[in-house]
Design a protein around this ligand. Structure first.
Ligand code: NAD
Ligand code: DAU
Length: 336
């Protein structure tokens, strides 16, 4: 199979490329990435020289560029990871989120439409909005209504609706996965876990929003990658699959765990995120029953592996935090 993977220089896309080429060395992957602030070519160094891998720097909203790659490569399938992915940045300025996450997805599906190519959309549990903190019995199923909170989640939900429309109207063979919070190697340091690890290592305060009581459902990135690969191969066309590992944790408990593991880090409570979703929790029954997917990495092991990775890959994140991120950090958290 020849597969186009968009957003492969980012966190989950890169982990997916490594997973896929390891599991299916007979496949060819073409990574399309615009290399925004969140994309890092150095992340892809381990696969760059492989014969069955090609990197193309391009914007998924650029129709001409997309049509060129599709006609050159004649792919069998497309997995769309490319997105603006950070909620706080979407609150600062929604416009690029609408452009990449909605328009970009439609351009890719238009390219697939001519030849009826298989299209998988990497979506998020955030499209369901949030759940109350005091109702542990409530979980997101695939039937939970879309009910978004942030410009980010609204743009992802819009893309999901377009995917369903392309399936129904044009018969495009589409699947959608909606995953909970991922963690693991190569995650950009604007996100909770790498931000806290790096700040603790650098002797900076650990900024917890509000009282730190919001709950997220954490999944090790490789488990997400395995789910996507299974859906691509065996998922039912036109279906949505929720992906999550029943691993709900309060933000404050995650941050305290990081402090304990590193033996350092000073927690500080800062102004809450606007419209901050209270709790996410996925019911993964459908993907378990239909595709036999279950998470393999327990959080206790995954977080240790992740912290060790950041300790061992200072070069990777030091380069990142000295670039555009420095200005973003100042806007968000004040001077460091
Ligand atoms: P990321 O921000 O780390 O990476 C995004 C990548 O997309 C970057 O390499 C960036 O350069 C690229 N990109 C952005 N705009 C582009 C454009 N216009 N054209 C081409 N490339 C572009 O994101 P991530 O955390 O790896 O998330 C990947 C996908 O998974 C996103 O669609 C996100 O919505 C979804 N998701 C993320 C999580 C999570 O916890 N991180 C959970 C569920 C779903
Ligand atoms: O649920 C899936 C989503 O998870 C993905 O769709 C998004 O792309 C991804 O960014 C992530 O969104 P969150 O907003 O949940 O992740 P983030 O790491 O930004 O924040 C996790 C929680 O930690 C959230 O409740 C806000 C809080 N937080 C975050 C930061 C950056 C803090 O308390 N302090 C911080 O500095």
């Amino acid at each position: 199979m020849t597969i186009i993977v968009t957003g492969g220089a980012g966190f989950i896309g890169a982990n997916y490329i490594f997973y896929h080429l390891n599991q299916h060395p007979e496949d060819r992957i073409i990574c399309i990435d615009k290399l925004t602030y969140a994309g890092n070519l150095s992340t892809l160094a381990p696969v760059m020289e492989k014969e069955n891998f090609r990197f193309v720097k391009a914007d998924i909203c650029d129709r001409t560029a997309m049509e060129k790659v599709f006609s050159e490569e004649k792919p069998d399938a497309v997995i769309n990871f490319a997105a603006e992915s950070h909620v706080d940045r979407s609150i600062e300025d929604p416009s690029i989120f609408l452009q990449t996450n909605i328009i970009g997805t439609s351009v890719l599906m238009d390219c697939c439409r001519k030849d009826g190519l298989r299209f998988h959309q990497v979506s998020t549990d955030e499209v369901y909005g949030d759940l109350p903190l005091d109702r542990p019995d409530m979980l997101f199923t695939e039937e939970t209504p879309i009910h978004t909170s942030s410009p980010y989640s609204s743009s992802k939900a819009s893309a999901d609706l377009l995917c369903s429309a392309y399936h129904r109207t044009y018969g495009l063979p589409v699947t959608i996965s909606r995953c909970s919070n991922n963690y693991g190697p190569y995650q950009f340091p604007e996100k909770l876990i790498p931000l806290m690890v790096i700040n603790a290592l650098n002797g900076k305060p650990l900024p917890v929003y509000g009282e730190g009581l919001n709950v997220r459902d954490w999944l090790y990135v490789e488990d997400h990658c395995r789910a996507i690969d299974l859906i691509l191969r065996n998922g039912r066309i036109g279906e949505v699959y929720n992906v999550g590992g029943h691993n709900e944790m309060r933000n404050i408990d995650i941050v305290k765990l990081i402090v304990k593991e590193l033996g350092k880090g000073e927690i500080t409570f800062v102004t809450d995120r606007k419209g901050h979703d209270l709790r996410y929790a996925i019911d993964p029954t459908k993907i378990k029953n239909e595709l036999g997917w279950e998470p393999e990495t327990k959080f206790a092991d995954g977080i240790k592996k992740t912290i060790s990775w950041y300790l061992e890959h200072k070069d990777w994140w030091e380069e990142i935090i000295s670039g555009e991120y420095e200005k973003y950090y100042e806007r968000m958290y004040g001077e460091r």
